[in-house]
Design a binder for this molecule. Sequence first.
Ligand SMILES: O=C(O)[C@@H](CO)OP(=O)(O)O
Length: 254
Amino acid sequence: MTTHKLIILRHGESEWNKESKFCGWIDIPLSDKGKHEAMVAANLLNKYNLKPTLMYTSKLTRSIQTGNIILEKIDRLWCDTVKSWRLNERHYGSFQGVLKNVIFNQYGKEKFQYYRRNFNAVPPLAENDHCIDERYNNVDVPLYQLPKGESLKMVMNRLIPFFQHEIINQNLIHQNKTVLIVTHGSIVRSLIKFLGHISDDDISKINVPTGVPLVFELNDKGELIKDYYYLDEELAKKGIEKVSNEGIKASQKL
Ligand SMILES: O=C(O)[C@@H](CO)OP(=O)(O)O
């Protein structure tokens, strides 16, 4: 039986990760540190001889930039690429653009964590659709069906059928492509939950660092044959801690 390696990556640090603002579907570019993280990720792919032949990104600049930096650095700019809104970050509704510590202070620690990490928590919906622009004109759903605020459960509903059918079955397994997915924190958490059969409660404890590649080894049925792993566990550990503390430390200093 063949082992299919799927490489998944959260984009490098964005300008709003740096400022600790909720970002969601707002199109914010990488910070300088984020660009550097993408280079480090590329070096890790080289080190472990991982050679993507197909890259997926979201429709958002921070994921596309990260992917392009990686492909250039590993001399594979020729790689086929697909951009899909289904790989966009969770839509954070009216929290988008607001500092995390402002929401923390408004709702308190428990509710803040609930909104960030509970599987079913839907943030207050966005009142306008200012992050929807022409990039979404020809997507596979009418514009009015695009989200205005999502729980992780809603993210999985728009993501998993596409992931399973197109990425796993068609490309990774039937065409035996080496797939790199460059996407966002909530998408990586959704894929960890789906592939690892993680419960709704347990997924709330999982955070994903920026810019550290994860590898999932799957069999011909698309099942995990061992636990997923980060290509640099130490780096991942530091990044995970940073993400889990976002909004909290700054608020406690206020
Ligand atoms: O702002 C966001 O869109 C996400 C990811 O950066 O934040 P969080 O980790 O709080 O879900």
